[in-house]
Write a protein that binds this ligand. Structure first.
Ligand code: G
Ligand code: G
Ligand code: MN
Ligand code: NA
Length: 254
């Protein structure tokens, strides 16, 4: 099927949807934040994975419109949660490297937050290592501005990119999200365990929060707690869900 045409129709029909997956704070057992994950549905209402349509959107340039839609939808959701039990919840959106090449990205994000009457600390941005490290000075400067304004910045899929920890020192980052492949192998594989321990230690020494992704079993939950991770995300706690399901998730947690 023609993914580009599908995406164009979805934008026009406003039929894209954000799902949300909680990130658990392992110290307080509260929800630390939640990641917004984009969902697109084909003509038969079957979901198409972002792993398929995001790369297509990046090639066609549609990613900028989609990125704007995601930012807007996240802000609308934050607004809708104000005055409810979810009002303290931060939403972390995924940014594509292409979006970072827009010189007005920081202005656009900060203005959108202001338009919705939101505090910048209610929003987080996830970028992969390569996107951040591959950024030029101007792009790093934009992230710096966003971080100074209070927007939370995370490096996603950490450990799978350049992996030079030296870069972390000068990047405007608040959290590392360790790629789930490390956790999934850590139980059987000593080197993955060692790499994970090293990433957590360095992250902490640099004053960053360490998030582990892909927690699926109680054994993995115990491991990430023992290793001293700050936050965890995974199917064990919750699958990505539509916004309507979030209040019940929060209520069941307490
Ligand atoms: O939700 P799922 O696990 O299927 O996501 C697959 C991939 O798509 C992940 O790498 C995720 O970061 C990416 N992704 C999900 N939503 C968005 C989005 O809104 N923008 C971008 N750029 N990537 C997204
Ligand atoms: O690359 P990124 O971290 O943005 O990817 C998010 C994707 O990871 C989402 O598509 C989400 O569905 C998936 N995901 C979230 N938790 C788990 C998990 O516990 N196990 C697996 N296999 N995938 C997960
Ligand atoms: Mn992510
Ligand atoms: Na990831």
């Amino acid at each position: 099927q023609d993914i580009t045409a599908l995406l164009r129709r979805a934008i026009v029909a406003d039929s894209l949807q954000l799902y949300f997956q909680p990130q658990m704070d392992l110290n307080s057992s509260d929800m630390g934040s939640c990641e917004a994950l984009l969902r697109c549905f084909d003509d038969k209402a079957r979901p198409v994975s972002p792993a398929i349509f995001i790369p297509v959107a990046e090639k066609s340039g549609l990613i900028n419109r989609i990125g704007d839609w995601v930012l807007d939808a996240a802000c609308k959701q934050l607004r809708a949660w104000q005055g409810t039990a979810l009002e303290k919840t931060r939403i972390d959106i995924n940014l594509s490297g292409r979006q970072l090449t827009n010189h007005h990205l920081a202005d656009h994000i900060l203005r959108t937050l202001q338009d919705y009457g939101l505090d910048p600390s209610q929003l987080g941005l996830e970028l992969t290592e390569n996107e951040v490290i591959g950024g030029d000075e101007e792009q790093i400067g934009q992230l710096e501005r966003l971080k100074q304004a209070g927007v939370h910045i995370s490096i996603d899929d950490f450990g799978t990119g350049y992996s030079s920890l030296v870069y972390l020192r000068k990047l405007p980052v608040c959290s590392l999200k360790i790629d789930r492949s490390f956790l999934h192998h850590a139980m059987e594989n000593d080197s993955d365990m060692a790499i994970m321990q090293a990433m957590i230690t360095v992250g902490h020494r640099l004053g960053l929060k360490v998030v582990v992704e892909g927690v699926e079993t109680p054994e993995q939950d115990k491991l990430v707690r023992d290793l001293g991770c700050d936050l965890a995300q995974g199917f064990l706690y919750a699958r990505p869900m539509p916004a309507e399901k979030m209040p019940a998730f929060l209520a069941d947690m307490n």
